[in-house]
Design a protein around this ligand. Structure first.
Ligand code: MLT
Length: 408
């Protein structure tokens, strides 16, 4: 008899955002005429920057000519995009990255979810809590998370981020092998300063741990003392993998493109004492399971780095961050406890009157027709919070705040 991977049965029935979408669908089918404002999943609303569309169109035109048509691309991505990333995202901050260390992908979700393939199942995982659910779910699927207990998954060390510690995670009190950090943080919208991130890098170097650093929201950082890349921190090349995404930066949630950096210094010992470079292992994994991001998409991503592309994405990022400012101010005026929204497009809000996350979610949906994300969906420390995204339109953001302030 064929056997299942029963680890999947340990998961909740649906991925968080599918659960939310189902609830909203049920509500809209009963109330078809109600105008719902969606501030749940962090999906962008600004259209693609014209420079990006131009890059795509030109690439599409190349594909129709025999001479310029492209089939399978280079496994780690086209050199034109690798060079643009290295020059603009890293050299501009005095960080040297080599093309062999850079992997173009279809967005950070896939690689943060798949990277576990190259690590033994015996590793102890550490997550800041609350956190983007992909990190935990992907470890549950391969059996690395252990079993679900009232305090979370048995093989996962949770580092709480809450109002008591001002949402700054303490270092783990025990040895952990793999640490997921997401900064600017999804869902709380908080950041780590240079010295705070330095502590994590030091912990990883002292403990022989690997940090999986998801900086998908780095383009939204406004404050000076906040590192954009973990490689701004000394020693990080010896202990960190970095994930980036064009999804939120350039409106690529539907287009799909991002990248992962695995420095040459990341070397682990095999059980027969060979030194294995992690980027070679990842290249092997990708070569087998991923056929590359399309040429048209990579040309679109390259166009982000043109002067026009940079101007256009900045305008979109400013637009979302202005939404965030409007939302923050309005929610604070309502007397709510509000976190984030300064260096990130997410706003983390304490539910009033001790309501649970799902209770407040339901009331917002039923009574003012606004969709948020219940904080508990991001982990145990998210209970009693909800998350709003600032990725809506300006009109929706203002209208949602109006509805909440007249209701609350
Ligand atoms: C979110 O809402 O947390 C994100 O949009 C999810 C994602 O990027 O996959």
């Amino acid at each position: 008899m064929t056997k299942l991977n029963e680890n999947f049965l340990k998961l909740q029935a649906n991925y968080l955002f599918i659960d939310i979408a189902n609830k909203v669908k049920a509500f809209t089918s009963n109330h078809p005429n109600i105008d719902i404002i969606r501030m749940g999943i962090g999906d962008v609303t600004r259209p693609l920057p014209p420079a990006v569309v131009e890059g795509m169109k030109n690439a599409a035109d190349e594909m129709k000519e025999e001479k310029t048509f492209r089939g399978y691309g280079p496994e780690q991505g086209y050199p034109f995009l690798q060079e643009a990333i290295i020059k603009n995202d890293y050299l501009s901050r005095n960080i040297n990255i080599l093309p062999e260390e850079l992997f173009i992908n279809d967005g950070a979700k896939s690689d943060t979810g798949n990277i576990g393939d190259i690590f033994s199942i015996d590793n102890t995982i550490c997550v800041t809590d609350p956190i983007y659910p992909v990190y935990i779910d992907s470890n549950v699927m391969c059996g690395r998370a252990g079993n679900l207990t009232p305090n979370g998954w048995s093989n996962i060390v949770y580092v709480p981020c809450n109002s008591e510690n001002h949402f700054v995670p303490e270092l783990p009190h025990q040895h952990v092998d793999i640490i997921y950090l997401c900064y600017p943080n999804n869902p709380t919208g908080t950041v780590l300063t240079r010295s705070q991130l330095n502590e994590w890098v030091k912990y990883a170097l002292d403990n022989g741990s690997i940090i999986l650093y998801d900086s998908a929201y780095e383009a939204f950082i406004c404050e000076d003392d906040v590192p954009h890349s973990i490689y701004e921190i000394e020693g990080a090349r010896h202990c960190a993998i970095e994930f980036r995404s064009f999804s939120k930066t350039a409106g690529f949630t539907g287009v799909r493109c991002g990248y992962t950096v695995i420095p040459n210094e990341l070397v682990l010992q095999s059980s027969d004492n060979q030194s294995i470079r992690l980027n070679r292992l990842w290249a092997r994994r990708q070569g087998t399971k991923y056929n590359g991001t399309s040429y048209i998409t990579q040309r679109a991503a390259e166009a982000i780095y043109s002067p026009q592309g940079q101007q256009e994405i900045k305008a979109n990022i400013d637009y979302y961050m202005r939404n965030a400012e409007i939302m923050r101010n309005s929610l604070i005026k309502c007397g709510l406890e509000v976190i984030g929204g300064v260096n990130a497009p997410y706003i983390w809000v304490k539910t009033p009157d001790g309501m649970s996350s799902w209770e407040f979610f339901d009331r917002l949906l039923q009574e003012v027709h606004i969709v948020c994300t219940p904080g508990v969906g991001f982990g145990p420390s998210g209970e009693g919070y909800i998350r709003f995204t600032a990725f809506g339109t300006r009109e929706q953001s203002i209208e949602a705040m109006y509805r909440i302030s007249t209701w609350i």
